[in-house]
Design a protein around this ligand. Structure first.
Ligand code: HEM
Length: 321
């Protein structure tokens, strides 16, 4: 290979296809075990191949995110500029808490057995080094609906726009990377069902059956999509890439949405959270929060696959950038 041409940076499968099933795993690494755990991260693609190759048509993928404290202990400096612990947001009525977590594994496939098998293999591999802090099994609910009954994901960017929203550019010290924010929400379904469909639509800002955006003049200031459409100084909309999944338990009466949002610039996600929980433009807070409680909150950096394969070279390149 020509030594003049740098090897291409391969991102993780952040912009992978939406799937019918997902597992969200958050691990806590035992203090002192971070360097050993970082070594193991390089082996995860091999596990994905072992499990996924048994049914390639089911598109198994795994995105790995690393938390701020983990980065400090495992990789040191340089550190991605936007990697910090999740910042809790406290509004007058609702809060987005920050909860512990060193590693996030976002497993996706067209069938749950593949996600389950891979989750099992990953937890086995990290055996003595880490404990499972949170585990959520998400499923597709009809036509991409959340358990509130609304289609979730419509306004997501796709193709090149998804890459632009979610992945850092070649000029970044850590190119081909992303930042991911996760929150586990549960819904008060009986209170939500107490609303008329019109009031539910006002809370979201879209129609329920056909998933059409309400006309601007009909949108309530505290509608979910009003607070989550944010613009940059140049007047252009700032986008993130979401892949929320419903989860639940009828026994426990748990009806949830696992929120997951990828962003090249995590301040976009943080601005959305700020607006949802503390309000903006005449809204006290996002109306959806009157029916949805955030139980967890984590921010993770998603290095490129190239970085995970060879962190030393990635850190050297970042220091020189
Ligand atoms: C209880 C958790 C949540 C539920 C049930 C939920 C549900 C929805 C639904 C039904 C839509 C409309 C369809 C669509 O375009 O996807 C939507 C849009 C959106 N949501 Fe959420 N969401 C949740 C949390 C969040 C959070 C925490 C953020 C950001 C930090 C967020 C950001 C967005 C954005 C950016 C849009 C698209 C707005 C637009 O361009 O029209 N959501 N969400």
């Amino acid at each position: 290979m020509n030594a003049q041409i740098p090897a291409p940076v391969v991102p993780q499968q952040v912009t992978g296809p939406l799937t019918e099933a997902a597992v969200f795993l958050v691990l806590r690494v035992r203090p002192g075990s971070e360097p050993a755990a970082a070594e193991l991260l390089g082996d995860v693609p091999g596990l994905v191949r072992s499990v996924g190759f048994r049914a390639t048509e089911l598109s198994l993928s795994c995105v790995i995110g690393v938390g701020s404290d983990f980065w400090d202990a495992a990789y040191g400096t340089p550190k991605p500029a936007q990697l910090h612990p999740f910042r809790a947001v406290h509004g007058a009525k609702h809060s987005a808490p920050a909860t512990p977590g060193d590693l996030l594994f976002h497993l996706r496939a067209r069938r749950q057995d593949l996600c389950f098998e891979l989750a099992h293999r990953i937890v086995d591999a990290f055996g003595g080094l880490a404990t499972v802090e949170d585990e959520v099994h998400g499923f597709r609910y009809f036509d991409e609906r959340d358990l509130l009954g609304f289609v979730d994901g419509t306004e997501n960017p796709t193709g090149a726009l998804a890459e632009a929203a979610a992945l850092t550019t070649p000029g970044d010290p850590f190119p081909g990377s992303s930042h991911v924010v996760v929150q586990r929400y549960t819904h008060d379904l009986s209170a939500w069902r107490g609303l008329s469909v019109e009031d539910q639509e006002a809370a979201v800002g879209r129609t329920k059956l056909e998933d059409l955006e309400l006309p601007d003049e009909a949108k309530a200031p505290d509608a979910h999509i009003v607070l989550n459409v944010v613009e940059g100084a140049d007047g252009r909309e700032r986008k993130i890439l979401r892949d929320n999944m419903p989860f639940g338990s009828v026994k426990d009466g748990t009806f949830g949405t696992y929120f997951i949002g990828y962003a090249a610039d995590v301040s976009t996600t943080e601005l959305m959270l700020e607006r949802m929980f503390t309000g903006a433009d005449g809204a006290a807070h996002d109306r959806l929060l009157d029916f949805s409680t955030a139980h967890t909150g984590g921010l993770f950096f998603v290095p490129s696959q190239t970085f995970l394969d060879d962190p030393d070279t990635g850190l050297r390149a970042a220091a020189e950038a």
